[in-house]
Design a binder for this molecule. Sequence first.
Ligand SMILES: Nc1ncnc2c1ncn2[C@@H]1O[C@H](COP(=O)(O)OP(=O)(O)OP(=O)(O)O)[C@@H](O)[C@H]1O
Length: 421
Amino acid sequence: MARRALILIEGHKGNGLAYVQAARRLGLQPITLSADPAQYDYVATESVQAIRVETDNLDAMIHECLQLRTGYDIAGITGFSGDDELVYVAVAKLCRHFDLPGPNPASIERCCDKFVQRQILTEAGVPMPAYRLAANATEIETFAAEIGLPVILKPAEGSGSKGVRLCRSVDELVEHTSYLLKGKYIWRSSPRILIEEFVQGPLYNAQIMGSEIIGISESEFGPPPHFVSRELTFPILLPDQERERISDVSRTCLQALGLGWGPTNIEFRWTKRGPAMIEVNPRLGGAPDPQLVQLACGVDLITEHVKLVIGDEWNLVKSHSHTATARKLIADRDGILERINGHGRAAAIPGVAEVRFYVQPETPIITKGDSRDCIGYVIAASPSRAQTKATLQRAVDLIDWPITPFATPGEREQFAASDFP
Ligand SMILES: Nc1ncnc2c1ncn2[C@@H]1O[C@H](COP(=O)(O)OP(=O)(O)OP(=O)(O)O)[C@@H](O)[C@H]1O
C-alpha cells in the first residue's frame, strides 16, 4: 500500500518543525514543497523530504503533486509562510483541486487583502477603527488629516507587522510614507496603503478552530512606532461580558468572511468603546501561539489541524487550565549576536516549558522594526498567572545574549544589503 503523505507548502521557522513532528506522529510522511527548502533548518535536521518548486505557480505545484501521487497516497495538503500570506491561498486552491479537506480559497483570498476584509466586515457591522485606502502620498496626507493624528499607516497586504507604523506627527507620517513609497518597502504590485485611526487599549487575540473559540490571548508590544510583540499570555481572563462580546464579534467575522474551517485568529484592541477589530488572520498564529495553547489547556492545535487536513476527527477537549506566557527575545540594535549563555539553566527551572533561539551565536543582526526582530522566546506555564510571570522573569534574567554593534557603518550596510527585505 502507498505510504500516506502530508504535503507542506513552504514552511515556517516557528511552526514548521511542529507540523513535521505532528505528521510523523500521525503516521504520515511530511513532504515539503518550497521555492527554497534550504531556508527551513528543520528540513535538513529532520531529514524532511523536500521538493524545489515555484510555490507562486499553482500549475507547477499541481504537477509536483501529481508526480508524488505515483508513489504516495496524498492524505492532505497544508502550508504556511512567515513571508507570504498568499501561500495559504495556494494551499486552499490545491486542496480544492485534489478534492481534499481545506479552507475556502475565495475566503482566504479576501482576508489577505486588509482593505477588502475591512469593507466586508464594515458591512457586517463589526466595530473597527476608521480607515481609508491610499495609493500615493497626496492621498495619505488627505486621509490622515480626515482621520486625525495619530494614525496607523500599513500596507494593505502582508503579515508580521512589516511596514506597520504608528504616525504621531506630520514628520512621522511623511517619513513612513516615504519608506513605503520610495523603494525601501518591496511591493508585489502597485502600492495600496491603509491609513487607520489608532485605536488604543490592550491587544487581544481570539484563537479559533472551526467556529470554536479556544481562548483569548493578550499581546504586549515593544516601544512605538513599531508593533513588535514582546510578551504573549494565554488565556487572558476577561469579565464575562467582555469575553462574550469578543466571541460574538468573532463569530460575525467568521460568518461574513466565509471562514470556519480550520484555524483562525482574530486580533482586537479593547477600547473604551469595546472591541475594535484589527485583523482576521485565516490561519494558525505563528510560534509560540500554539505552544501556549497546548501548555495552558492541553489542546495541540497543530496536531488537531493536521487531523482536520487529512479528514480525521479533531479533538479540542481541554484537559487542564493553566496560564502560559511567552517572552519574545527581541533584537533592539544592529550588530553581531556575540553569544548565547544561560539558556540551559533557564530551561531547567521548573515551570519553564521552552527556551528557543532561532539564530546561532556570531550571527549578524539587522533590526527591522517588525516580527523578524524576534530571535527566540522563553515560555513558562503554571496553574497561577503570578507564578508563571515570576518564573518567566527568572528564566529570562538568566539568559545572556549580547549584541555588539557593528564596528563600522560599512559592515552594517554589507549585512543589511544581504538581508533585505
Ligand atoms: N488601527 C490600529 N489601531 C491600533 N493598533 C493597530 C492598528 N492597526 C494595527 N495595529 C497594531 O499593529 C499590529 C500589526 O498590525 P496588523 O495585524 O494589521 O499587521 P500584520 O502585518 O498583519 O501583523 P500580524 O501578522 O502580526 O497580524 C497589530 O497587532 C496592532 O497591535
